[in-house]
Design a protein around this ligand. Structure first.
Ligand code: ZN
Length: 616
């Protein structure tokens, strides 16, 4: 039935925005000032942290929680034990069927410990619980109050097992993410002291002032603007500056305003290239001089600029002056103003991972959803927009750039392993179910929303969502409300069925029969999840027309998605009725084919019954 497809997907942009803000919304604020001294031989480091915490909540806070992520990389940690018990462990973390964490020696494991901690100068009681530090404050922080927490800490960078660590498989010395004592987020739901078991983060918005001291041979890249480029050099200096350094170490001073995390990476052999975009950020690239891949890293640079332009145009302007693509880690992971990606890749794969991680700058590092609870909003939305971006910048010209996501979702449904998207990211029974749910089903949330409200309205929704919720913590209801405001439709049914249940969509053509000079079509709803329907009718003479059946509980209808075809808008279909009948203005003998949803953007789990074809 491929020839019947009349799929059009047009991405519009440049729609003007109104700024809206929920009057009762609040969020906490942090100002970090940190120094860290890294011993590049032992991979041990010590640091100081001055954290000014502003309590914008309506509540008095008697205790606070910090994340100590590196404690996950110890034999017997929750991360290690989970790895040993889950049916489909992450291959990167396994070696010969064994958890790589379980075999780490004292000198290879990770740790992060608070050595001292004061609140406004007074010592406080603190206790480590695995990857969480629980702090009983000396005096409660009142609503609207500020307090200064000063800590000294020491850490050891683990062998690279997952995301951060030392000596990655590609030989990157230091991938420093999740490396500092990080204040846990307190929001309208309360504290989020999630232990570091597998994945996904939630952080407090604020400003970071970080000084990193290490061997002067190392080049550092990551989050933040370097404050002392002419003392540092390493490709940061003003062109023509002669950089003179004394001693064995350098102290790098970074400032990162309005972010919720801080990552850095360092290696003595990094090549450091920069690309100044016109009206845009400066792009930085840090990568190893691997002769096999160095050419790909050069070709990656203009593609990175193209991706930046694409996202700024289609979501909203990138708000920082810098973005860094850094080789490190173990795949790809997004951070504030930067990403860590593995670099020994074919060109297409290198562009693909850069595009995905850069898209996270919007869907996580600007629109900071709680990933642990709603991974579909960052991984899914990122997958959606990266598919569009790849289609354009790599000239893939796919008719349906989201096809892979639909395939994955159908495979998950058929596996019987699906769990609702409301499941905490760490508590899916399988990594498979988490992955498809977060990435594929999350991407379909948007592509299918485009089917429901129309593609123009979808892009308008994404842009308004960005304008209204940038630098905040949007929730699932926020994207739904935005789509409702843009489309004029009621969409609660969509959010609840798609994200809170495992209900599936299955509509079918039940019968097609002659009805005088017309043709009577009976449709049935087999799945529990409701949807509006687009129906394409193709005549034997090649004519095409469409019929549209709005869903009653939408209380609205979309514009004609196929403006070149005549569309008949039929009566709405109320969900409780299992069947629906309508007439086509064409005698049965002239009908060649009838198809439900020619765009295939509606995730109908059984495509077989979506098509009627006259006997050849
Ligand atoms: Zn991602």
């Amino acid at each position: 039935m491929k020839h019947l497809q009349v799929f059009f997907l047009t991405v519009f942009s440049g729609i003007s925005m109104m700024s809206a803000q929920d009057a009762c919304y609040w969020q906490q604020h942090v100002d970090y000032t940190m120094t860290v001294d890294m011993d590049v031989k032992t991979y041990q480091y010590t640091g100081t942290q001055k954290l000014v915490y502003t309590n914008n909540s309506p509540d008095e806070l008697g205790r606070v929680f910090y994340h100590l992520y590196y404690n996950a990389f110890q034999p017997g940690s929750e991360m290690d034990i989970r790895l040993q018990n889950i049916k489909d462990p992450d291959n990167r973390m396994m070696d010969g069927g064994q958890s790589r964490i379980s075999t780490l020696s004292e000198s290879e494991m990770g740790y992060l410990h608070a050595l001292s901690l004061t609140q406004d100068g007074q010592p406080v009681k603190f206790k480590e619980e695995g990857t969480i530090l629980v702090v009983d404050l000396a005096k409660p922080i009142p609503s609207g109050g500020k307090t200064t927490l000063e800590m000294t800490f020491k850490g050891q960078v683990p062998l690279q097992i997952r995301r951060s660590g030392r000596n990655s498989a590609e030989g990157v010395a230091l991938s420093m993410s999740q490396w500092y004592p990080k204040m846990s987020e307190y929001d309208f739901e309360g504290w989020h002291p999630n232990p570091y078991i597998a994945r996904e983060f939630h952080g407090v918005w604020g400003n970071f002032d970080v000084k990193i001291t290490l061997d002067k041979e190392y080049t550092v890249g990551g989050t933040g603007y370097l404050q002392n480029p002419d003392e540092i050099g390493h490709g940061y200096e003003t062109p023509g500056t002669k950089v003179k350094t004394k001693g064995k170490t350098l102290t790098w001073h970074f400032l990162a305003p309005n972010v919720h995390d801080f990552m850095w990476a360092a290696d003595p052999d990094y090549i450091h290239d920069t690309l100044d975009m016109e009206n845009g950020p400066t792009l930085h690239f840090f990568y190893k001089n691997n002769p096999e891949f160095v050419e790909n890293w050069k070709k990656l640079q203009p593609k990175t600029a193209e991706a930046m332009t694409f996202f700024s145009k289609n979501i909203g302007k990138y708000p920082y002056e810098q973005y860094s693509v850094v080789q490190g880690g173990d795949g790809g992971m997004e951070y504030a103003m930067s990403t860590l990606i593995t670099g020994n890749r074919e060109f297409g794969s290198l562009v693909g991972v850069m595009v995905h991680e850069m898209a996270h700058s919007w869907f996580q590092h600007i629109l900071a959803t709680n990933e642990s609870e709603h991974a579909w909003m960052d991984e899914g939305f990122t997958s959606f927009i990266s598919s569009l971006c790849m289609n354009q910048i790599m000239e893939q010209n796919k008719q349906n750039p989201f096809e892979g996501s639909y395939r994955g979702y159908y495979a998950l449904v058929n596996s019987g392993l699906e769990m609702p998207q409301t499941t905490h990211s760490d508590r899916y029974t399988t990594n498979f179910a988490y992955g498809i749910s977060a990435y594929s089903k999350g991407s379909i949330f948007l592509s299918q929303l485009g089917y429901i409200i129309g593609q123009d309205k979808l892009m308008e929704t994404i842009q308004k969502y960005y304008e209204d919720f940038k630098f905040k913590h949007p929730t699932p209801n926020d994207i739904k409300r935005t789509a409702e405001k843009v489309s004029g439709m009621e969409l609660n049914w969509y959010l609840t069925d798609w994200t809170m249940t495992t209900n599936t969509i299955d509509y079918g053509i039940k019968s097609v029969e002659a009805n005088g000079d017309k043709t009577k079509v009976a449709l049935e709803r087999i799945g529990e999840m409701p949807m509006p329907l687009d129906i394409l009718v193709v005549g034997k003479d090649g004519t095409q027309e469409t019929y549209y059946i709005p869903l009653r509980m939408m209380f609205g209808q979309k514009d004609n998605p196929y403006p070149n075809l005549e569309r008949t808008v039929l009566d709405n279909w109320a969900w409780a009725y299992p069947t629906y009948e309508f007439d086509i203005n064409m005698p049965l003998e002239e009908v060649q084919a009838i198809m439900i949803d020619p765009s295939q953007l509606m995730a109908d789990v059984d495509g077989e019954n979506n098509v009627y074809q006259a006997n050849p």
